[in-house]
Design a protein around this ligand. Structure first.
Ligand SMILES: C[S@@+](CC[C@H](N)C(=O)[O-])C[C@H]1O[C@@H](n2cnc3c(N)ncnc32)[C@H](O)[C@@H]1O
Length: 266
C-alpha cells in the first residue's frame, strides 16, 4: 500500500467536500454524531474542567467546540486546510476557545511538536478509519499524553460497519405475523482492501475507508504501549428504529455502528 499517495489523495478529497461536511455537521455535529459518537466519547473521556485535550481529525470542529464548551482547553487538528478554515470561521466565539491547527495525523514528528506530556486527554472521533496508517498516531499519542492521560477513540465498528456493509430489508412471517425486518450483510472481515465510500448520502468526493479487524485496530494501540480500559458499542434505540424511514443505521437498534474505546499507557 502506498501510504503517502493514499494519504495525499485523502486530503485532497476532504478539501473538496469540506463545505458539504461543514453544512452537514453545523456547530455540534449531525444526528449520528450527537446520538452515538459524542455521548460515548464523553462518557469514556471523563472530562474535568480545565483538562488540556487534543482532538485528532477534528473536521469542522464540532466535537472540539463541545469539549471547549465543557471547560476543556482544546487543541484540534485536521489535515484538510479547508476544513480547518471552516472550523475557525464557524461561530467565532465558540471556535475562539479552540486552537485549530493543520497537522497530518500520519506525520509523527509534526504531532510530537505539539509538546510531550502536555495533554490530559486525546480524542479521535471517527477519523482512524480514514487514515491509511494509525501507527504514527498511537506512537505520538503515547508521548503527548501526561502520565495517567487517556486516548479515547470512536470509529466505525469493525465487525458491523466497516467497508460498506449492505443493508437488508426483508418481509417475514414470524409466528403468524408478517413484518418488516432489517439487517446488515457482510462479505468479509479479516482481509479487506481500502475501498471508497460516501460517509453520508449525497456526499461528494467519496474517500477511502481503511478497514481494520479488532486485532489490527487494538494491536496498533497495544504496540505503542497502551492498554484498553473502557469500551462502548453505541447503537440507535428501538424508538429511533420505529420512527426512522428507509434503510439506515437508525433502523438497526440491535447492531452498533460505532465502537468507542479508552486507552491508557500501561
Ligand atoms: C469522518 S470525519 C470526522 C470529523 C470529526 N472528528 C467529527 O467527528 O465530526 C474524518 C476526519 O478525519 C480527517 N482526517 C483523515 N485523515 C487524516 C489525517 N491523516 N490527518 C488528519 N486528519 C485526517 C478528515 O479530514 C476528516 O475531517
Amino acid at each position: 500500500m502506498d501510504i503517502k499517495r493514499l494519504n495525499d489523495e485523502g486530503r485532497e478529497l476532504w478539501n473538496q467536500k469540506a463545505h458539504f461536511w461543514d453544512a452537514l455537521h453545523g456547530d455540534f455535529g449531525n444526528m449520528f454524531h450527537q446520538r452515538l459518537v459524542e455521548p460515548s466519547v464523553l462518557q469514556l473521556l471523563e472530562l474535568k474542567a480545565g483538562d488540556i485535550v487534543l482532538d485528532v481529525g477534528c473536521g469542522n470542529g464540532a466535537f472540539a467546540r463541545r469539549l471547549a464548551e465543557r471547560g476543556a482547553l482544546v487543541t484540534a487538528f485536521d489535515y484538510s486546510e479547508e476544513l480547518i478554515r471552516l472550523a475557525k470561521a464557524r461561530g467565532a466565539a465558540l471556535s475562539a476557545a479552540v486552537d485549530f491547527r493543520v497537522i497530518d495525523g500520519t506525520d509523527e514528528a509534526a504531532m510530537l511538536a505539539l509538546g510531550a506530556g502536555r495533554f490530559d486527554g486525546i480524542t479521535c472521533a471517527m477519523a482512524l478509519m480514514d487514515m491509511p496508517t494509525i501507527d504514527p498516531l498511537f506512537r505520538a499519542a503515547a508521548c503527548l499524553l501526561r502520565q495517567g492521560g487517556r486516548f479515547v477513540f470512536a470509529t466505525q465498528h469493525p465487525a458491523f460497519n466497516s467497508n460498506n456493509p449492505i443493508f437488508v430489508h426483508e418481509k417475514e412471517d414470524r409466528d403468524g405475523v408478517v413484518g418488516d425486518h432489517y439487517a446488515v450483510k457482510l462479505r468479509a472481515y479479516l482481509d479487506m482492501p481500502p475501498v471508497k465510500g460516501a460517509g453520508a448520502p449525497g456526499e461528494p468526493a467519496p474517500h477511502y475507508y481503511y478497514h481494520r479487524s479488532l486485532s489490527e485496530l487494538l494491536g496498533a494501540a497495544f504496540a505503542a504501549g497502551f492498554v484498553l480500559d473502557g469500551l462502548l458499542e453505541p447503537a440507535f434505540s428501538a424508538d429511533d428504529a420505529e420512527a426512522s424511514e428507509g434503510l439506515s443505521w437508525s433502523k438497526l437498534a440491535q447492531i452498533p455502528p460505532v465502537l468507542s474505546g479508552r486507552l491508557r499507557l500501561a
